[in-house]
Design a protein around this ligand. Structure first.
Ligand code: ATP
Length: 259
């Protein structure tokens, strides 16, 4: 479970101060998938980064599975329980490391046993065969690289995964494949997702609840059912929905049936 209360993040000082996140509150129950949607600059990634511990200077309250997070450092168990997948699978994978090394490293840091077995199992789980183990990121397609990034997050068996635009760098058909994989993994593992995207349709495909952010604030919260029924009320939410049409549910279904 993630509980966020009155989260505020400001960058810069004096006249150049930017209040990137301004009193944001929401709860993601254990096993739920919650989407944060908004256009570029709305503050959604900053919320995710504060929860992930990548930003130190925030105020408000963040609790993960009941444990309040402090600004400086967090226990190893909590770092393991909460993993992140980034937008750019190329930038987030070390170009000169094999997939084996990329997946083994977090296991070593967290002193896990049976590392080879874990690496093979995690590749299998994201639909990549053992042949991928000794390849390098540049030998993989964008979709395969994002599968490796997901495997790297899951190899530590976290309960919570923070996803920052995990498909927006991919072609639409590949996007659908990766979204279906994420939906499937959540079901199988009972994961909790916090999913950030500028695309309402993508969020509607993966999440059961969502909040629309604008200029650092949540302007509307809704369920996926309300989104599907077209009952979003805020004019900004409606505008976002109109610009999300590039991603179609039909494409996702087609990818699911051909998988
Ligand atoms: N490290 C930083 N230093 C200064 N300003 C920042 C920093 N990170 C974000 N900002 C500013 O905070 C605001 C919110 O940015 P944020 O990245 O959270 O938005 P976003 O909705 O996730 O957009 P995007 O999808 O482009 O990442 C923006 O005005 C941005 O310029």
């Amino acid at each position: 479970m993630i509980e966020v209360r009155g989260l505020t993040v400001t960058f810069g000082q004096g006249a150049s101060t930017v209040r990137a996140v301004d009193g944001v509150s929401f709860t993601v129950p254990t096993g739920a998938a919650f989407g944060l949607v908004g256009e570029s600059g709305s503050g959604k990634s900053t919320v995710l980064r504060a929860i992930a511990g990548l930003i130190e200077d925030w105020s408000g309250e963040i609790r993960v599975d009941g444990t309040p997070l402090t600004r400086h450092g967090r226990p190893r168990a909590l770092r393991r329980a909460l993993q992140m997948v980034f937008q750019d699978p190329y930038g987030s994978l070390h170009p000169r490391h094999t997939i084996d090394r990329i997946l083994s490293e977090p296991c070593r840091i967290h002193r896990l046993d049976r590392i080879g077995e874990r690496v093979e199992a995690s590749l299998r789980e994201v639909g990549l065969g053992p042949a991928f183990r000794y390849r390098y990121p540049h030998q993989l397609s964008g979709g395969q690289r994002q599968r490796v990034a997901i495997a790297r997050a899951l190899i530590l068996e976290p309960g919570i995964v923070l996803l920052d635009e995990p498909t927006s760098a991919l072609d639409v058909s590949v996007q659908a494949e990766i979204l279906n994989l994420l939906v499937d993994l959540r079901r199988r593992r009972g994961l909790t997702y916090l999913f950030v995207s500028h695309n309402l349709a993508v969020v509607g495909h993966v999440c059961d609840r969502l909040a629309v952010m604008r200029q650092g604030r949540i302007v509307e919260a809704a369920s996926a059912a309300e989104l599907a029924a077209g009952t979003l009320e805020h004019p900004y939410s409606r505008q976002l929905l109109a610009s999300s049409k590039g991603y179609s549910r039909e494409a996702a279904r087609a990818a699911a049936t051909s998988a």
